[in-house]
Ligand binder design. Structure first.
Ligand code: AHG
Ligand code: MN
Ligand code: MN
Length: 362
């Protein structure tokens, strides 16, 4: 239940107690597992069936399986390429394929999903007849984000987006995926880095981060109620593409690099090349990530359904902003499964500056 401070309070001592600043007063020393927290959020939603909680909990297990493989990457044969290319025309790394299979095989028989969509699969992934049918949700995911960083032991991630099934067809259809980001019922990501961390938001709830304790194999609540600073001091963009940008984008990036102490500039440049990691750092510290459209790729590189929209959901729930060109990411009506969008996402004040440059107002 949420009391007048907006904090979750104990119900039958099964939940976590937050004070009005969101500080946890844990009834038990171990810490709050993500399963307990998900149950807590479910209890605060009238008429919840538990399917969404079940879906999330199964997905959490799939990410633990991926984390185990990522952490072994340098030791066993999961580095390197498969020799295949995906619909994006990108070479598929072994860990891309492993993560993709891990999620599909973990989720396809749960009965919670009507279909899935993955960066690594051309079309939607149907739930085979041998598995329970009639799931109420769709799951779109980027199984392994930042693939180019895998072999260099740089942090990588998984991104997921959950929508409610809206079509009347017995099985999930493309229409169930082509929904606006604002219609998501939940979204989140995992970072496989110096520690493995899962961040998610569901319904109208806040953004919460959980850190994996490998000694017990549990994600424990470590970052409740994440809020992104209104303005940051970090800009993240691949400046190697600057020769292909139009003048609006060049002006925008130059703005963040200009020395002007009164407005806290220049910002620091930070770019990991793994969207999840660049986003997560800016979520905690403040700042803006930009992947503009350019002369070669007018819609940029990042995919709407399983990269931009889920992170935009998280960012907005944390008090930040996210736009494509002029419109909010969450308002875009998707037209294809793997469509790309330009992405400017992070602190509200910084994204507003991007929006002004894109409109030619700065
Ligand atoms: P993925 O590995 O899922 O294809 O995603 C890679 C994306 C994203 O993680 C990152 O922000 C971006 O590619 C980096 O692109 P550049 O190397 O062109 O900067
Ligand atoms: Mn990606
Ligand atoms: Mn990927």
């Amino acid at each position: 239940m949420y009391n007048q401070h907006g904090a979750m309070v104990a119900v039958k001592s099964r939940l976590v107690i937050f004070d009005s600043e969101g500080v946890i007063k844990m009834p038990d020393r171990l810490g709050v597992t993500i399963n307990k927290f998900i149950m807590g959020e479910q209890l605060s939603i009238p008429h919840a069936t538990g399917d969404f909680s079940g879906l999330l909990n199964e997905l959490v297990v799939a990410t633990k399986v991926i984390a185990r493989e990522v952490n072994k990457a340098g030791l066993v044969d999961v580095l390197g390429k498969t020799g295949n290319t995906n619909i994006q025309g990108e070479e598929v790394k072994k860990l891309d394929e492993y993560a993709n299979t891990a999620i599909i095989q973990k989720m396809d028989h749960t009965g919670y999903l009507c279909a899935m969509a993955s960066e690594e699969e051309d079309g939607i992934i149907e739930i085979e007849d041998k598995h329970p049918q009639g799931g109420s949700y769709t799951l779109a995911f980027d199984p392994l984000d930042g693939s180019s960083n895998i072999d260099a032991n740089v942090s990588i991630g998984t991104i997921f987006s959950i929508h409610r099934k809206i079509s009347s067809a017995p099985k999930g259809t493309l229409a169930d995926f082509l929904q606006r980001g604002s219609e998501q019922v939940g979204a989140g990501y995992v970072i496989y880095g110096s520690s493995t961390m899962l961040v998610y938001a569901a319904g109208q709830g806040g953004v919460h981060g959980f850190t994996l304790d490998p000694s017990i194999g549990e994600f424990l609540l470590s970052h409740p109620f994440i809020k992104i600073p209104e303005r940051g001091k970090i800009y993240s963009v691949n400046e190697g593409n600057s020769h292909k940008w139009d003048d609006r984008i060049k002006g925008m990036v130059d703005y963040f690099k200009t020395d002007d102490k009164q407005t806290g500039r220049p910002y620091s440049s930070r770019y990991i090349g793994t969207l999840v990691s660049d986003f997560h750092r800016n979520l905690l510290y403040g700042g803006v990530f930009m992947y503009p459209g350019d002369a070669d790729n007018p819609n940029g590189k990042l995919r709407l359904l399983y990269e931009a929209a889920p992170l935009a959901f998280i960012c907005e729930r944390a008090g930040g902003g996210s736009i494509a060109d002029y419109e909010d990411i969450l308002d875009i009506e998707p037209t294809t499964l793997h469509q790309r969008v330009p992405l400017y996402i992070g602190s509200k004040g910084d994204v507003d500056i991007c929006r002004k440059f894109l409109k030619g107002e700065m």
